[in-house]
Design a protein around this ligand. Structure first.
Ligand code: SF4
Length: 291
């Protein structure tokens, strides 16, 4: 299989076949992200995609799920995604779902008919890094779309029958704004009803605008205590059935839970972590691994 590094995939896709259809990220401008900073965005040649599928057919039996690499593969035109999906089903007929990362703008550039057609081809479970439902924080993060866009485009996915996961970051609104961020995220989640919600935690990567703004005091990171409280508040306010998929090690306390059934258990886990954390750490901003 042909991969151009770096390759990222959600932790939950650890057992999924990764198929490269793009290199890098077409947006590559988020304030906090360095994931693909040094890679030029490219669309993988369709002949290479086909070769990889032939190889996968030889190497693996009974493939049920394919993750299209890389940072925002849903940026591809509906025509190209349809071509790829048809080839996937041709070489790997047992595939039930074709998933990938998507931005809100990637959805915007497809018609309702195109989205419905992609859903029929098994494209779904999109991993969408909305990052925050907080309008001001979202502008700062420079995702290239607004929260109004997110509401509109995620509803379009629902109408088309394309399932998705809502990615967001604790601490995205900065110090003192954790509860506001929790309320804003819960509002979006309750409206658009994602299959799962996938939190990570805002952290400064070297060389980003975020790191510069922290250094010059323009942006202040939330303390550990605030992050815990934000995590609890988010879980408390989500009132639609969804999966809390918070296993990323960057989070203050990592776990997953089925909501609303597991709500109290999830809140208890955060409370347990708070009571087991030293006061000085709770009031500090500990260094975290980057995403
Ligand atoms: S966060 Fe996602 S969309 Fe933004 S630059 Fe990084 S990979 Fe691209």
């Amino acid at each position: 299989m042909n991969y151009t590094q770096p390759v990222y995939r959600p932790p939950y896709e650890a057992n999924t076949l990764l198929l490269q259809v793009t290199v890098g990220c077409a947006h590559n401008k988020c304030t906090f992200c360095t994931m693909y900073r040094d890679v030029k965005f490219q669309v993988e040649k369709i002949d290479q995609v086909e070769k990889d599928l032939q190889e996968a057919q030889q190497l693996y039996g009974n493939v049920k799920r394919v993750f299209l690499v890389n940072g925002d593969a849903f940026v591809l035109s509906a025509k190209r995604l349809k071509e790829i999906a048809e080839k996937v089903h041709h070489y790997l007929p047992e595939v039930e779902k074709i998933t990938m990362y998507s931005s809100i703008n990637n959805i915007k550039h497809k018609s309702d008919e195109e989205l419905a057609e992609l859903a029929k081809l098994g494209i779904g479970d999109l991993w969408i890094g909305v990052e925050t439902g907080h309008g001001k924080a979202l502008r700062y993060l420079n995702k290239g779309s607004s929260i109004e866009d997110a509401y509109e485009q995620l509803e379009r996915l629902n109408k088309a029958g394309i399932t998705f996961f809502y990615g967001f970051m604790f601490g995205a609104a900065g110090k003192g704004k954790g509860i506001e961020n929790a309320e804003a995220n819960a509002k979006v989640i309750n409206k658009v009803k994602p299959l799962g919600i996938v939190p990570t935690t805002l952290s400064p990567n070297e060389g980003t605008q975020l790191a510069k703004d922290i250094a010059d005091g323009t942006f202040e990171l939330a303390t550990e205590r605030e992050l815990f409280e934000e995590q609890k508040k988010t879980i408390e306010l989500v009132d639609v059935p969804t999966y809390y998929m918070g296993i990323h090690i960057i989070n203050s306390v990592s776990f997953d839970a089925e909501l609303p059934k597991g709500k109290q258990g999830a809140i208890d886990r955060v409370n347990h972590a708070i009571s087991n954390t030293n006061e000085a750490i709770l009031d500090s901003v500990p260094e975290r691994h980057s995403i």
